[in-house]
Design a protein around this ligand. Structure first.
Ligand SMILES: [Zn+2]
Length: 525
């Protein structure tokens, strides 16, 4: 790709060789080879096939084949490029770029035109930026050969300078930033008009349409449930980059969120994706969900591609507003590698691993809109939540353990009981057992900005409802066990500290939510 050979002359013999067709005017049953321009709306990363060839698939549209709006089903043409070597294939970084293809074969595949571009024969491709006029492209397009010579500059007056600048701009507009083979041709007289037309059309198309429709990506909130049945399944995403961290020499950790407003983590190779920016809306191709991680982790693969959007495209401007920025809850979830969250601690662990990876519920939804939660989830009655405690009752921590009557559910203070806490119910005369009876006034990120707080109970009348909640202690008479009282008081104190969060499973019983399958595992002094 070193030697570039422009072919700007009208007298060239080759200038008449290329007749360009609109995508929709190409007969898919034809045996002919076709030349065309297309606006790229999607592209995979090149990968090696089982027969040792390299392949790259790209979706293109033009004035004659495209879909409109958000909901319409995607309409495009597929371009499949084959090559012997990886480096002969295009790596697409931005949707909206223009692709020119020479000598493609065509077939109908899944009701769409599919173009075959075989670089081992005589096919070729060129890539052009969507918009070369504005200085808004931060891609390295290796234009150093066009940099002006300082000596020349001094000899020119203002008008001449302007003229030169225009000339250079003009030249840049029609210069591909990547092309296959060793050289390319561009017949300025013939192709300029086609190029200008498709560029203008493409810019308008992206400015007025979402282009990426709902059936072209998965929501982050669905990827665990939909993928857990088949671990090898790949999917695509559409999300916003909340934060980028330098993970190590070779990798960046990016935090992403999409329209489901869930935050996920993704580690990406630095050399492939170093131009990504915080706040940017991106399309991610070919990823998997990491089902073994406790955090929400998207796993990249060799053929994962991340595509950026032109800043003026509708999907980028609208989604960057609709998708939330990082919330305080996200900061807690992203407990690693961030200076902001350095002091945030999640005090507890969920002891049931199948629940620990479940979806996180908002307290507002559970307490105020419980009926709107899907029936199957309400029936399961185990909701993962993350909250912080404003206050814990009773204030007298010796009363946190109570004597409970299994017959009438009445509870009594242990104050008058002996050390073992043995005692009988005053009305039923049956043996009581010792349980935790504690109330937490809590908030989560959904209620952080309003006055609402919620009451969650640690009420361990049932064995698996929280007898193991505190670390290194079980319910006992706290009036007579000084060591146990100290152990519990220390943990209660930790629960109400600033930036300490409780990750818990709660279940609904009548009008109350009770903690279960949750244990304090962190020690804070
Ligand atoms: Zn009783």
């Amino acid at each position: 790709m070193q030697t570039t050979q422009h072919n700007n002359s009208t007298t060239s013999n080759r200038s008449n060789n290329y007749i360009y067709h609109s995508l929709g005017n190409i007969d898919p049953d034809s045996q002919d080879q076709y030349n065309f321009f297309g606006v790229i709306i999607d592209a995979a990363y090149p990968y090696k096939t089982s027969n040792g060839k390299y392949i790259c698939t790209i979706k293109v549209v033009d004035q004659t084949i495209h879909h409109k709006g958000e909901s319409s089903s995607p309409l495009f043409a597929n371009v499949v490029i084959y090559a012997k070597r990886f480096e002969d294939l295009p790596i697409i970084r931005r949707v909206g770029d223009i692709m020119r293809v020479h000598r493609a074969n065509v077939k109908f595949f899944n009701d769409m035109r599919q173009f075959y571009v075989n670089l081992q024969y005589n096919s070729s491709w060129c890539l052009f930026h969507q918009n070369q006029d504005k200085d808004d492209d931060d891609f390295d397009d290796n234009d150093s050969d066009e940099n002006q010579n300082g000596e020349d500059q001094e000899m020119l007056d203002q008008d001449q300078l302007k003229e030169k600048q225009l000339e250079r701009q003009e030249k840049r507009r029609y210069k591909p930033y990547k092309f296959s083979g060793r050289s390319y041709t561009f017949d300025i007289n013939h192709e300029k008009i086609i190029m200008d037309n498709i560029r203008t059309w493409g810019q308008n198309y992206f400015a007025n349409n979402y282009v990426i429709t709902k059936d072209m990506y998965m929501l982050l909130k669905d990827c665990k449930t939909k993928m857990s049945n088949d671990e090898s399944q790949e999917f695509d995403l559409l999300c916003k980059i909340l934060k980028i961290f330098e993970k190590d020499e070779n990798n960046l950790e990016i935090r992403i969120k999409d329209l489901s407003q869930e935050m996920w983590f993704m580690s990406v190779p630095r050399f492939k994706f170093q131009s990504l920016k915080q706040g940017e809306v991106i399309r991610i191709r070919c990823v998997e969900v990491n089902l073994t991680s406790k955090r929400n982790v998207i796993q990249t693969k060799n053929n994962t591609n991340i595509l950026r959007f032109h800043p003026s495209s509708r999907i980028a401007t609208e989604l960057s507003k609709v998708i939330e920025d990082e919330t305080d809850m996200d900061k807690v979830l992203g407990d690693e590698a961030s200076d902001i969250v350095m002091n945030a601690v999640v005090l507890t662990e969920i002891t049931d691993s199948s629940l620990a990876r479940g979806q996180m519920f908002k307290l507002t939804d559970l307490f105020l809109n419980f009926d709107q939660i899907p029936e199957n989830l309400r029936e399961r009655n185990a909701f993962r939540v993350r909250f912080y405690c404003l206050r814990i009752d009773p204030i007298d921590h010796r009363e946190v353990v109570q004597a409970y009557c299994p017959e009438c559910s009445e509870t009594y203070s242990c104050e008058t009981l002996e050390k073992e806490g043995k005692g009988k119910c005053k009305s039923c005369k049956v043996e009581c057992k010792l349980i935790y009876k504690m109330q937490m006034l809590v908030k989560d990120s959904s209620s952080q900005m309003n006055k609402n707080f919620y009451r969650i109970l640690l009420y361990s009348f049932d064995e698996d409802r929280g007898n193991d909640f505190f670390s290194n202690v079980r319910p006992c008479n706290l009036y007579k066990n000084a060591d146990a009282l100290e152990t519990i008081e220390k943990q209660i104190k930790a629960m109400t500290k600033f930036n300490v969060w409780i990750d818990a499973i709660i279940e609904r019983q009548g009008a109350f939510f009770l903690i279960r399958d949750t244990k304090i595992t962190q020690v804070i002094n």
